[in-house]
Design a protein around this ligand. Structure first.
Ligand code: DCB
Length: 316
């Protein structure tokens, strides 16, 4: 009986160690090996957190108080989504200052930060490739090889865009740019069809080190068929990062689909795949984690959290 209880406790503490939100001070420099994201000590690192909505619209939810609250609720990851179109960097490059401010706050709170070049309506990453080069030169001039910073070079390629013809050559170019100042940082590469085409990336992988491939899902739209694709990609040695997912349908609204989301998170836990949820904002849409009018300075109680936010904040 005593032995049983001891082994139960041991199992419990192992589970907690495996899934607790360890900060950068514990995990240290991340690297990719054998299709997994690993901490500096070689154990699997699991990052759980939130993506901002478009930083050109919702930077107020990356205030010092907001980021601290996110950390206190257990997140160890903040993804900063900088749209390229829709009033983002292409028409307003000054928006990068909002990105850097948010990233600085994540680092100050012992979190990892993803800098996301959020292509969407500009579906092909090659469309604004030169601007991407400039932006990532700026970002790496500021953060370089900082172990807390992860570079995501193309959110969701979509439309008539292929892995081998468009995304892979774009990635090879941007990796070479980023590597000049950030030789070891993790780089996440988006995949075709709104980052669901992990199969085409896995079939024709990049040869650079410390590369991960994005899989994005929305629980009301994408189900078992996409988990099967992730599993198959992992079986080919591709490292997967769910850098964006929602409890809603793919348009960011509808639902929320919490049973389907639970199935997804169980799968991600089992595979020890890291994730960031869309999104940390108070927009009147079901994927938003905060209720409309939530305080930008953080300190949110459960009544400030939307049904999606309550669910997701309970999973960090
Ligand atoms: C992705 C985008 C993200 C988008 C969410 C939800 O797009 F990365 O930018 O966010 O998923 O659609 C939404 C916001 C809205 C905003 C809109 C446009 O929640 O408030 O108005 O962006 O800026 C996806 C993901 C998957 C699919 C389609 C889209 N899909 N999409 O599988 O069909 O068309 O935006």
């Amino acid at each position: 009986m005593v032995r049983f209880i001891i082994s139960l406790l041991l199992l419990l503490s192992m589970t907690i160690t495996a899934f607790a939100a360890q900060g950068q001070s514990v995990y240290g420099r991340l690297h990719v090996a054998n299709g997994h994201l690993l901490a500096s000590n070689g154990q699997v690192a699991v990052l759980h957190g939130m993506s901002t909505h478009g930083i050109q619209w919702f930077s107020q939810f990356t205030s010092e108080g907001a980021v601290k609250t996110l950390r206190n609720r257990g997140a160890n990851l903040l993804r900063v989504a900088m749209y390229t179109a829709e009033g983002g960097y292409i028409s307003n490059p000054g928006v990068q200052d909002k990105v850097f401010q948010a990233v600085d706050r994540a680092i100050a709170n012992d979190m990892y930060a993803i800098i996301d070049w959020h292509i969407l309506s500009d579906s092909n990453p090659r469309t604004n490739e030169q601007q991407a080069v400039t932006f990532f030169q700026n970002a790496t001039a500021r953060y370089g090889n900082n172990p807390a910073v992860i570079y995501e070079i193309c959110n969701e390629p979509n439309g008539n865009v292929t892995w081998s013809g468009d995304i892979k050559p774009y990635a090879e170019h941007l990796i070479q740019v980023i590597r000049q100042k950030a030789p070891d940082s993790i780089i996440i590469v988006g995949t075709p069809t709104w980052s669901q085409g992990v199969d085409s990336a896995a079939a024709d992988q990049l040869t650079a080190a410390n590369i991960m491939y994005a899989c994005h899902f929305y629980a009301g739209t994408h189900g078992q068929w996409l988990r099967d694709k992730v599993q198959a990609a992992e079986n080919k040695g591709a490292a997967i990062f769910v850098s964006e997912w929602g409890t809603s349908a793919a348009d960011g609204n509808g639902g929320v689909f919490l049973d389907a989301a639970t199935q997804w998170l169980n799968f991600l836990d089992q595979e020890q795949i890291s994730w960031a949820n869309w999104s940390l904002c108070d927009k009147n849409e079901s994927s938003a984690a905060l209720n409309p009018g939530a305080n930008p300075n953080g300190g949110w109680s459960d009544s400030d959290l939307s049904p999606s936010g309550k669910f997701v904040f309970g999973k960090f």
